[in-house]
Design a protein around this ligand. Structure first.
Ligand SMILES: CC(=O)SCCNC(=O)CCNC(=O)[C@H](O)C(C)(C)COP(=O)(O)OP(=O)(O)OC[C@H]1O[C@@H](n2cnc3c(N)ncnc32)[C@H](O)[C@@H]1OP(=O)(O)O
Ligand SMILES: O=CC(=O)O
Ligand SMILES: [Mg+2]
Length: 531
């Protein structure tokens, strides 16, 4: 039965604790944001599709002529608050209670609390995520694990908290305004902001956000207006909110100056969200048979198109006074000492590349990786510095549009296909069961990494990729290999898990994502309908 609060119709179950988050006051604020901004959100999504149709027709992305004056202009973002000047290591994770405590206690500067790539947005996950963050901000959060008997409490000096809201493409179907689902990102933003902004400021911090999956600068303008509206609502000066924008789509890399400019009072940093970026490279150029992505594991940050992206992002940020954050290495700590050392070395080398390029800090997926990343960045900084804002690097002025779309070289293999199938099906299955981040074959997998796997298969089929075993990719070949790989997964997870999990739905979704004529823009859209 629906509950009406502050003009919103709530279809999700509401406990007494949920009502402490979905208060009348919070709901009225959220409903107001929806009235003012949801229609324009729909227009922004249409504009994405129109831009994409030109690329599908054969054009390549370019720097925009209508915003050249912004790129050429002399301007900087507003001053950064003290607790966002040192971001050498940021841990990320879904907004689960135990995870939040472990992340805030880790030896890191920032915890990025995720409603996005790492969270399957079930109603319980999103609403409990808000409860957990409120308790974290109030420093009352605790967790007693009934399974392990372990108790979790916050340390005295927790990391700075940044909340990552959902992308603009996802609705929250459990909350309606005038009979229509509301944009999920507005819910995440409004509830976190209004519940916590006062206490965050008392803690000498502030309402800080990560904004994901931007494609064009008009979306940054939309967010800026939302921030201004929110600050006015509670009487805060413009610029109190600080946002870090993920540059994780191919269109956005051509509009980084413009994105920072639109948000210049609120911008703290840009971040190289490499996994979605690689996914977006495939998605954007999906019809360009000469720009197909090879095996996923062959595409590292050393590929010229990714190196150009990292260097251009750093140069753009530093010219404008914003920090340039690196991304996530997917390697996780391993069980055996040798494997663990090898994985940590891979993370170290990846972070070294970033720090040498000029990044100011980076992400870790796991607390046991914080030490490695801390050392790389601490060694990279000049004495007394907490970032590389003032370090100029010659040669980074020459990144061209062609560098950014350069086709990565690498193999197209049957093993690569098999791995993509196994990873995608297991990730989608986990997501449908409410888990948005999982370790699969020793790697961190989340919505962004899984998108690469399924999009690659689609692109290989669409463009008839020639595999190194002599086969040509077709829907029939994919289905043959998929049938074999499903047997492998079944034997790996065991009959019981196979029968009781969400494999049937996951397999159907993966099949449709890979063989449908039209490319689905996000796997989470179809998966959310089934959630
Ligand atoms: C593309 C992108 O957007 S990247 C950013 C989004 N992705 C993410 O944030 C993923 C973050 N990482 C994770 O979610 C997790 O590390 C996983 C799911 C990959 C693996 O988690 P687990 O299987 O629990 O790992 P593991 O068993 O080694 O964990 C050991 C301990 O570390 C904790 N831990 C692991 N990862 C994290 C994390 N990111 N934050 C806080 N604590 C963590 C676990 O809670 C566990 O704690 P405990 O000993 O008190 O029980
Ligand atoms: O959000 C980060 C990414 O790599 O995607
Ligand atoms: Mg991402």
């Amino acid at each position: 039965m629906a509950t009406n609060i502050g003009g919103l119709e709530i279809l999700g179950e509401l406990t007494a604790e949920d009502r402490e988050i979905l208060t009348e006051k919070n709901a009225v604020f959220l409903a107001g944001l929806v009235d003012e901004f949801a229609g324009r959100r729909d227009d922004l999504l249409k504009a994405r599709a129109e831009w994409q149709s030109k690329i599908d027709g054969g054009a390549l992305p370019e720097f925009r002529a209508d915003s050249k004056s912004v790129r050429d202009g002399n301007w900087r973002v507003g001053d950064l608050p003290q607790d966002l000047l040192d971001r050498r290591v940021e841990i990320t994770g879904p907004v689960e209670r135990k995870m939040i405590i472990n992340a805030l206690n880790a030896d890191v500067k920032v915890f990025m609390a995720d409603f996005e790539d790492a969270l399957a947005p079930t109603w319980r996950n999103v609403i409990e995520g808000q409860i957990n963050l409120r308790d974290a901000v109030n420093r009352t959060i605790s967790f007693d694990d009934p399974k392990s008997g372990k108790s979790y409490r916050l340390n005295d000096d927790p990391a700075t908290l940044i909340a990552r809201v959902r992308g603009i493409h996802l609705d929250e179907k459990h909350v309606l305004r005038n009979g229509k689902p509301i944009p999920g990102c507005l819910m995440d933003f409004a509830l976190y902001f209004l519940t916590n902004q006062e206490r965050l400021r008392e803690n000498n911090s502030g309402p800080y956000f990560y904004v994901p999956k931007l494609e064009h600068f008009e979306e940054a303008r939309w967010w800026n207006e939302i921030f201004v509206r929110a600050q006015n609502h509670v009487g805060l000066p413009v610029g109190t909110i600080k946002a870090t924008m993920l540059i994780e789509t191919l269109p956005a890399v051509f509009e980084m100056d413009e994105i920072l400019y639109e948000l210049k009072d609120h911008a703290a940093a840009l971040n190289c969200g490499r996994w979605d970026y690689i996914f977006s490279y495939i998605k954007t150029l999906k019809n360009h048979g000469d720009r197909m992505l090879p095996d996923r594991h062959a595409v590292g940050m050393d590929k010229p198109f990714l190196d150009a992206y990292s260097r251009l992002l750093i140069r753009t940020c530093h010219m404008r006074g914003a920090l340039a954050m690196g991304g996530m290495s997917a390697f996780l700590p391993a069980k055996t000492p040798d494997e663990d050392a090898a994985n940590k070395e891979k993370v170290r080398a990846d972070k070294q590349r970033e720090a040498d390029n000029g990044h100011d800090g980076s992400w870790v997926a796991h607390p046991a990786l914080a030490e490695v990343v801390n050392k790389v960045y601490s060694d990279a900084f000049e004495a007394g510095k907490t970032n590389q804002l003032d370090v100029s690097r010659d040669g980074d002025t020459d990144v061209t549009a062609e560098n950014l779309v350069e086709t990565p070289e690498g193999p197209f293999t049957e093993d690569g296909l098999r791995n993509n199938i196994r990873v995608a099906v297991q990730y989608i299955e986990a997501w449908l069961g409410g888990l948005g981040a999982v370790a699969i074959y020793g790697l961190m997998e989340d919505a962004a990494t899984a998108e690469i796997s399924r999009a690659s298969i689609w692109q290989w089929i669409k463009n008839g990729a020639k595999l190194s075993n002599g086969e040509t990719m077709t829907a029939e070949y994919f289905r043959k290999i998929m049938a074999e790989e499903l047997e492998v997964v079944k034997s790996e997870v065991g009959d019981e898990r196979w029968a009781n999990g969400h494999f049937k739905e996951a397999i159907a979704l993966l099949d449709s994502l890979c063989v449908s004529e039209k490319f689905d823009t996000f796997l989470t859209l179809g998966a959310y309908r089934a959630l």
